[in-house]
Design a protein around this ligand. Structure first.
Ligand code: FAD
Ligand code: NAD
Ligand code: FES
Length: 280
């Protein structure tokens, strides 16, 4: 069992937990994730390792309450225990050794870009980091101070214009490229439409763009095939071959269709959760 040591409400729907998980913290690398199970009958869901402290034996996760399991998780508090906390899973991110990197985080996708920037700065690599983070509105923006502390420049965007640039993160990226920012590569993490839009923004410039895919996952070890994605015409399992892939090679239409496969079931499970019904 994995004890929650700290809980922060980053927005009304986004929570941060610091969890006691020394074996995961000992091996964790930027870009990896864990799979949790809240209860015996609960589903397994993947969440990114947002931060870790090897000495304290802790792992930080940030999650948005979007359905049954994340809502159940959000109800836990300091001192409560998470039943399963398996990881680190997936391949560590391949981070640049030098040059100018642009990190683009949309919504809760800011949480997965933070450890990448932190790792680069901790390693003292000569990499200039420009970060673009966005949310629907200012009250939904997360980890702004943390991202500022690991970025050379930080741009904040909101869809409604309540803070920073008025528009999508992909639009800000285009503006920066067109004004001569000269990025060597881009890493984009967030909802699928955001990652797809970012990839289509950089494609005409031939600018290498990595994305961190978030397909449905079950076992997280390459056994079930649930996380299958097509990249460069080849079948890949996101949990063992990813989660980061060359965004220009991803079959986005297929990936988005597969992510929407269980929407009806998810709605039923979520309704049972909010009205106190049975487990998923
Ligand atoms: P549901 O009602 O079941 O689903 C809501 C949405 O989540 C749907 O779009 C659905 O397609 C998707 N989803 C459902 N089950 C899964 C599953 N097992 N795997 C992936 N997606 C699923 N979210 C965060 O808030 N923070 C993170 O750091 C984070 N990191 C992720 C890292 C990876 C590698 C992946 C694959 C996903 C990550 N996600 C993250 C997404 C998170 O796993 C889903 O939001 C979560 O599974 C939703 O579960 P639910 O029961 O609350 O909602
Ligand atoms: P959201 O819908 O609020 O969007 C966040 C930002 O992304 C927006 O402010 C905008 O800047 C950009 N964006 C959104 N749609 C866009 C579009 N069509 N074109 C260009 N830019 C766009 O995001 P949210 O509610 O925080 O996202 C939750 C989703 O993110 C969930 O589906 C979750 O599964 C996913 N997620 C993905 C990962 C991952 O590893 N890829 C990690 C965590 C969460
Ligand atoms: Fe089962 Fe990736 S989650 S193969």
């Amino acid at each position: 069992m994995y004890r929650i040591l700290e809980k922060r409400e980053l927005t009304p729907v986004t929570k941060l937990f610091v969890v006691e998980a020394p074996l995961v913290a000992a091996k964790a690398m930027a870009g990896q994730f864990i799979i949790i199970r809240v209860s015996e009958a609960g589903e397994r869901i993947p969440l990114t390792i947002t931060d870790f402290d090897r000495e304290k034996g802790t792992v930080t996760i940030v999650f948005q309450e979007v359905g049954k399991t994340t809502k159940m998780l959000g109800k836990l508090g300091v001192g409560d225990k998470i039943l399963d906390f398996v990881g680190p899973l997936g391949l560590p991110a391949e981070l640049p050794e030098k040059g100018h990197l642009c990190l683009v985080g949309g919504g809760v996708g800011v949480a997965p870009i933070y450890p990448k920037a932190k790792a680069i700065k901790q390693d003292r690599r000569p990499v200039r980091i420009t970060s673009i983070i966005g949310a629907r509105s200012a009250d939904l923006l997360i980890l702004e101070q943390e991202m500022r502390s690991v970025s050379d420049e930080l741009y904040v965007c909101t869809d409604d214009g309540s803070k920073g640039f008025h528009g999508f993160v992909s639009q800000k990226l285009k503006e920066l490229i067109d004004s001569g920012a000269a990025f060597d590569e881009v890493i984009a993490v967030g909802p699928m439409p955001m990652m797809r839009a970012t990839v289509e923004t950089t494609r005409p410039y031939g600018l290498k763009t990595w994305v961190s895919l978030n397909p449905i996952m079950v076992d997280g070890t390459g056994m079930c095939g649930a996380c299958r994605v097509s990249v460069g015409g080849q079948t890949k399992f996101c949990c063992v071959d990813g989660p980061m892939f060359d965004g220009h090679q991803v079959d986005w239409t297929e990936a988005m269709r597969r992510n929407a496969m269980y929407v009806a079931e998810e709605k039923i499970a979520d309704h049972q959760c909010t009205c106190g019904g049975g487990s998923k």
